[in-house]
Design a protein around this ligand. Structure first.
Ligand SMILES: Nc1ncnc2c1ncn2[C@@H]1O[C@H](COP(=O)(O)OP(=O)(O)OP(=O)(O)O)[C@@H](O)[C@H]1O
Length: 254
């Protein structure tokens, strides 16, 4: 399969009120990449994702998804999104795992249509992919943070996305399951060819799994292959990005 540009940002800037939080960002994501988006707290990572998803409008610059300007883009089922707070259902929340996964099909079949057997099979397939099939009829709130996160990946998978965006998906996943979680993402990327964009603070781990790293603090300070990033010494990092990234590596590195 030839490489396709999936997301393209040209000179994008955005401010909420007065303060600019995303500044002059150029970014191109190609099909098949697994990209880790890192940066200090408040550096604009989530805002950048909101801009890509059309949830906020840039003050300046242009955004394209799958080669089309954002305004004309309609095929939202091509994009799966797993938000930061996805895995926070309380015990007793009245929905089963299967029901939660089926809601991922709504954009495909329309809100008021009924789910049929084929949809159930699709949801079960997605649960199989994330190795959560046996929990299909369990209550979503009775699962651990890591298990809930897998269910939300399944929910994003049912509409066969080409791009999956994840905002800090390992928050709430206990340390011993984090590696398995990254293995799952690696399989989705390599075996299914799903392009992944993942916000994380865990720079030590992401460089071992992602193909590319983007380091931002309002603007993009580094975008390249993970291997290239790993070669940097602390001194290089200080020179390249200054204090903000120094802080990042100190706080979140291995
Ligand atoms: N809805 C909002 N209204 C006003 N300011 C906001 C809003 N959302 C975020 N901000 C501010 O914009 C800046 C960037 O926030 P953003 O959430 O994009 O950063 P982030 O890199 O994702 O942070 P974190 O790693 O802490 O999740 C922060 O200073 C934040 O306080």
């Amino acid at each position: 399969m030839s490489e396709q540009t999936i997301v393209k940002l040209d000179n994008v800037s955005f401010k909420y009120e007065r303060e600019t939080v995303v500044q002059d960002v150029d970014l191109e994501i190609k099909s098949g990449q697994f990209l880790g988006l890192v940066g200090p707290n408040g550096s604009g990572k989530s805002t950048l994702i909101k801009l890509m998803l059309g949830l906020e409008k840039p003050d300046k610059g242009t955004i394209q998804l799958f080669g089309r300007p954002l305004k004309q883009y309609k095929d939202w089922q091509e994009i799966g999104f797993v938000s930061q707070k996805a895995n926070s259902f309380n015990s007793g929340f009245p929905a089963t795992v299967l029901e939660v996964v089926k809601t991922g099909l709504v954009s495909r079949i329309g809100t008021f249509k009924f789910f049929n057997k084929k949809h159930k099979e699709k949801a079960m397939d997605a649960l199989r992919t994330v190795e959560m099939e046996e929990y299909a009829h369990a209550g979503i709130g009775d699962l651990s943070g890591g298990q809930q996160q897998r269910v939300f990946i399944a929910r994003a998978l049912v509409s066969d996305p080409s791009l999956m965006i994840l905002d800090e998906p390992t928050v709430g996943v206990d340390a011993k399951h984090v590696t398995e979680f990254y293995d799952l993402l690696g399989r989705l990327n390599k075996e299914r060819g799903i392009t992944l964009l993942m916000i994380t603070h865990d720079i030590g781990t992401i460089t071992d799994h992602a193909t590319h790293v983007v380091c931002m603090n309002k603007t993009v300070h580094f975008h390249g292959q993970s291997e290239e990033y790993k070669e940097f010494s602390e001194e290089d990092l200080n020179q390249l990005y200054g204090y903000a990234v120094q802080q990042l590596t100190h706080n979140h590195s291995h």
